[in-house]
Design a protein around this ligand. Structure first.
Ligand SMILES: [Zn+2]
Ligand SMILES: [Zn+2]
Length: 241
């Protein structure tokens, strides 16, 4: 049975003492095991973590960053022949995080268009995409309306590996706009705001993302195809405090 072995492996690895110095600043223990992440170019993560500071997923030890990357990828992706994202990129974890934050609102926008029993709302997990004529690697999550002839509307969020501080919004084939999340801007400036300011900035960011999606839908002619419903739903989403 798949999964049983990895669960047993996970349980054992949580407490297993290694012999590497822990990378956590100030920890000082030498019971670290190395982060198991290896990217598509064969570059290994050079960190090690004691039992207190490691994360174990599916029978492998990871640092915080790579645990985020691995858990953003589709089930079954890791440990097979699929090439792993570049060592330093936060693209898969960023797109996965932002998509979770706005998932309910995007569904609501799309569901407002479901006037027909034959149309279904389908979502895709995070997957690897190639964008632009130079086929830049990006990680994408999509929401689609499908009718009998295929997708009638497709909304996606994507983060390119080479520009992993920005979330791009795509409606059908076109990238409408790009936004940098406030927590990344804050990190670049090295300043942490008070929690209530932080929460407000995150809310504003989600609202701006939805505004871009709304704009993209209009640009694709969805204001004429779909009647007031979408606009009302979008306005409701956009005006939510
Ligand atoms: Zn430690
Ligand atoms: Zn790592």
């Amino acid at each position: 049975m798949p999964g049983v072995g990895s669960e047993r492996g996970t349980a054992a690895l949580v407490d297993q003492a290694g012999d590497q110095p822990c990378t956590q600043p100030g920890c000082g223990r030498t019971t670290g095991l190395a982060c198991a992440y290896v990217d598509r170019r064969g570059h290994e993560c050079r960190t090690s973590w004691c039992p207190d500071h490691r994360l174990v997923i599916d029978g492998r030890v990871y640092c915080r960053r790579h645990a985020g990357v691995v858990s953003a990828l589709p089930v079954g992706y890791v440990g097979h022949t699929a090439p792993m994202p570049d060592l330093e990129t936060r693209a898969p974890s960023l797109v996965s995080w932002v998509a979770r934050e706005v998932d309910a609102d995007i569904r609501q926008l799309l569901l407002a268009e479901l006037r027909d029993d034959r149309v279904r709302l389908v979502t895709d997990p995070v997957y690897l995409a190639f964008v632009g004529c130079d086929r830049r690697r990006a990680w994408e999550r999509a929401w689609k309306l499908l009718d009998h002839s295929g997708p009638s509307l497709r909304i996606s969020l994507l983060v390119e590996e080479c520009a992993d501080a920005e979330v791009a919004v795509r409606v059908n084939a076109e990238i409408v706009d790009r936004l940098t999340p406030p927590w990344i801007v804050q990190r670049l400036h090295g300043a942490l705001p008070p929690p209530e300011v932080d929460a407000q900035r995150r809310k504003d960011f989600n609202r701006r993302l939805l505004g871009i999606i709304h704009r993209g839908m209009e640009r694709e002619g969805h204001q004429s195809l779909v009647v007031a419903g979408v606009r009302d739903a979008a306005d409701a989403v956009l005006q939510r405090p």
